[in-house]
Design a protein around this ligand. Structure first.
Ligand SMILES: O=C1O[C@H](COP(=O)(O)O)[C@@H](O)[C@H](O)[C@H]1O
Length: 266
C-alpha cells in the first residue's frame, strides 16, 4: 500500500488546466512507447472527455514529444454504462463526440476497446464485465500471464459524492480484490447497470490522474483531502492506494477552501 501523498495541482481556468494536462499525458505516452511501443490508457466519462479533447487537440509545437501518436493508443473505459454505444449515456459515445471524431487523420486512429453491445440488455451486467475483462486480458496478457493489467495511465473523474469509475461510496465493490472488471446493477447515479475497473487495477496503473473542475466539486474535495470521514470515499481510496502516482488536475473553483497543499507547476 502506497504511503506517499498524491499531487494536487490547481489552475486558474479549465483552459490553463488543459494546457498542463497535455504534456502530462504526452509524457506518459512517450514513456510507454519507449517501454513497450504502445500506450494503454483508460478514460472516464462525465466531464473528462471534454477537457481531455481540449488538451490533446490543441496544436502541437511540432516536436515528436509534443505529438499524440494515436495509432499506438489502446483506449479502454475506466467505467461504462450498459447502454447502446450510440446512446447519450454511453461513455464511449461521449468520447467519440468530444475527441475521437475530431482527431486529425495525420495523427492516426487509436484502437478503442468498447463493451460488447450484444449483452447490454442482459438482466445482470456480469457477462458484460467478464467479456470486458477478457478484452483486457487479450491486450495485457498476450504473451504471459499477468496478475493485474498495468495501465500506463488512467484518467478519472470524481463525482460530487466522491465516486470514481463506477465505484460508489460504501458499495461492496470497493472491497473487490480479484476481478479486474466488476459489474454493478444498483448504481445510485443512473443508469443503474454498469461495469467498472476495480480499485486494485486503478491503483496499479503507472500513473493516475483525476480531473475535477468547478465549484460543484469543492465540498467533496475538502472531504477527500482534509477530513477523516472522507478517507473511505472511493476517490480517497485511489489516493491511498496510488500515493504519489496520483495527480489531481483541478481548477481554483474546485479546490476553494481545501487546505491540502498544492504542488507548484508540473
Ligand atoms: O457516472 C460517472 O461519473 C463520473 C464523474 O463524472 P463528472 O461529470 O462528475 O466528472 C465519471 O468519472 C464516470 O466515468 C461516469 O460514469
Amino acid at each position: 500500500m502506497a504511503t506517499a501523498q498524491p499531487n494536487l495541482y490547481s489552475f486558474p481556468s479549465t483552459e490553463a488546466l488543459a494546457q498542463q494536462l497535455r504534456p502530462y499525458v504526452l509524457r506518459a505516452q512517450n514513456a510507454a512507447l519507449a517501454h513497450h511501443d504502445s500506450f494503454r490508457v483508460a478514460v472516464s466519462g462525465g466531464s473528462l472527455p471534454t477537457v481531455l479533447a481540449r488538451a490533446l487537440l490543441s496544436p502541437s509545437n511540432g516536436s515528436s514529444e509534443d505529438t499524440p501518436q494515436f495509432a499506438k493508443w489502446h483506449i479502454f473505459f475506466a467505467d461504462e454504462r450498459a447502454v447502446p454505444l450510440d446512446h447519450d449515456d454511453s461513455n464511449y459515445h461521449l468520447l467519440k463526440e468530444e475527441l475521437l471524431n475530431k482527431i486529425p487523420a495525420e495523427l492516426g486512429a487509436p484502437t478503442v476497446h468498447t463493451i460488447d453491445e450484444a449483452h447490454i440488455n442482459d438482466s445482470e451486467p456480469q457477462e458484460l464485465a467478464d467479456l470486458y475483462q477478457e478484452e483486457l486480458l487479450r491486450v495485457f496478457a498476450a504473451k504471459e500471464s499477468v496478475k493485474l493489467p498495468i495501465f500506463d495511465l488512467i484518467l478519472l473523474g470524481c463525482g460530487p459524492d466522491g465516486h470514481t469509475c463506477s465505484l460508489f461510496p460504501g458499495h461492496e465493490l470497493l472491497r473487490e480484490k480479484d476481478a479486474w472488471v466488476a459489474a454493478i446493477s444498483d448504481s445510485p447515479k443512473p443508469p443503474p447497470k454498469r461495469i467498472t475497473l476495480t480499485l486494485p487495477v486503478v491503483t496499479s496503473a503507472v500513473q493516475v490522474a483525476f480531473i475535477a473542475t468547478g465549484d460543484g466539486k469543492k465540498e467533496i474535495l475538502k472531504s477527500i483531502f482534509d477530513s477523516e470521514e472522507g478517507r473511505s470515499l472511493p476517490s480517497a481510496l485511489v489516493n491511498k492506494g496510488g500515493g504519489e502516482k496520483v495527480s489531481w488536475f483541478t481548477d481554483d473553483a474546485a479546490v476553494q477552501g481545501v487546505a491540502f497543499p498544492r504542488r507548484g507547476n508540473l
